[in-house]
Design a protein around this ligand. Structure first.
Ligand SMILES: [Fe+2]
Ligand SMILES: [Fe+2]
Length: 163
């Protein structure tokens, strides 16, 4: 395993990361709509990296793309506890010290957190845009039994597989 992949696995093994995933899973028990467990994090990571390459992104940044995707929803549970919380902001707040602890340079950690912060609103370019796009593409709305009840506007829902 190379150094970059070790850092990604250090995030996944970290007790704090695991506690956030457990908190998301617990908050979403019985939820009819999209969940935000580790499966979603992995889906977004893989889609985001495919988009990154399609857009001519440098493969060297693979772990940066993965780190942003794995962390983008870790604060989702906070939004269930308090509806005023923006989970993108909450996730970035949780992510930054963890990224530093596993060895990311502060500037790189800030870049990753910027993408996490913008993943709901979207962005025009770079990692924030790719993360936001991958997040949306990860949801198979056309197969979802709760589609009719979902708050996503119809035009935002995925009606087919796009790759
Ligand atoms: Fe999110
Ligand atoms: Fe997400």
């Amino acid at each position: 395993m190379n150094k970059q992949m070790e850092r990604i696995n250090a995030i996944l093994r970290h007790p704090a990361y695991q506690s956030w995933i457990v908190a998301n899973n617990q908050a979403e028990q019985g939820r009819d709509f999209c969940r935000h467990g580790v499966e979603h994090a992995f889906d977004v990571a893989r889609i985001a990296y495919a988009l990154w390459l399609d857009c001519g992104g440098n493969p060297v940044a693979k772990d940066i793309v993965y780190a942003a995707a794995l962390l983008h929803d870790v604060g989702r549970w906070q939004q269930y506890a308090d509806a005023d919380v923006d989970h993108a902001e909450a996730s970035a707040e949780l992510a930054e010290p963890l990224l530093l602890e596993v060895g990311y340079h502060p500037e790189v950690a800030a870049e990753i957190c910027r993408a996490v912060r913008l993943h709901r609103k979207g962005a025009d370019s770079g990692l924030p845009q790719i993360l936001s796009q991958a997040d949306k593409l990860s949801r198979p709305c056309f197969l979802c039994p709760s589609r009719a009840k979902c708050a996503w506007p119809e035009q935002k829902k995925n009606t087919e597989l796009i790759y």
